[in-house]
Design a protein around this ligand. Structure first.
Ligand code: GDP
Ligand code: MG
Length: 177
């Protein structure tokens, strides 16, 4: 089988989920294109974006799915989740309500996808220090209780954005290889 190894292609479907306006589309824009939209509406959402990454010397393609704003109506369809092996479960550290929704999103994810989809809990907008409503400790503690990875990010100032995606992709790679 050694000959096959060089040409093996890894393609991982990863979904972005979480309440409206937590920064899902901007996390993807920052990660895939190094762009940020200060006043973005849901129109910037693409169906998915494929990003090449290198993990342990192997080329891996992350196919990252973004919603087109349908999460506002709690109407993310099962097609969105189908085949996903990773998920970024995003809330906004400056809006507690978005953190309170995490349980529901986790339920939906577990209903629609594989039980062992690699999931990271992402507290976005870490740049909004003065408006913080959810502490880092609370995020960490929820992640631990649910067996999720955890990170705080800012799509605005770029902090930890690459790390968030890489954590998921690396773990999937480790599981599958
Ligand atoms: P989505 O509905 O979850 O896809 O959220 P968007 O990516 O459309 O972002 C919603 C709003 O939050 C937009 O006005 C963004 O500019 C803003 N936003 C997104 N990420 C950040 C961030 O890390 N920090 C700050 N301060 N604003 C952000
Ligand atoms: Mg969006």
């Amino acid at each position: 089988q050694s000959g096959e190894e060089q040409t093996q292609d890894y393609l991982f479907k990863i979904v972005l989920i979480g309440d409206s306006a937590v920064g899902k589309s901007n996390l993807l824009a920052r990660f895939a294109r190094d762009e940020f939209y200060p006043n973005s509406k849901s129109t910037i959402g693409v169906e998915f974006q494929t990003q090449k990454m290198e993990i342990n010397g192997k080329e891996v393609k992350a196919q990252i799915w973004d919603t087109a704003g349908q999460e506002r109506f709690r109407a993310v369809t099962s097609a969105y989740y189908r085949g996903a092996v990773g998920a970024l479960l995003v809330y906004d550290i400056s809006r507690r309500q978005t953190f309170d929704s995490i349980g529901r999103w986790l339920n939906e994810l577990q209903t629609h996808s594989d039980m062992n989809v690699v999931t990271i809990l992402v507290g976005n907008k870490s740049d909004l220090k003065d408006a913080r409503e959810v502490t880092t400790a609370e995020g960490k503690s929820l992640a631990e209780a649910q067996g999720l990875f955890f990170i705080e990010t800012s799509a605005l100032d770029s902090s930890n954005v690459t790390a968030a995606f890489q954590t998921v992709v690396r773990e999937i790679f480790n599981i599958l290889s």
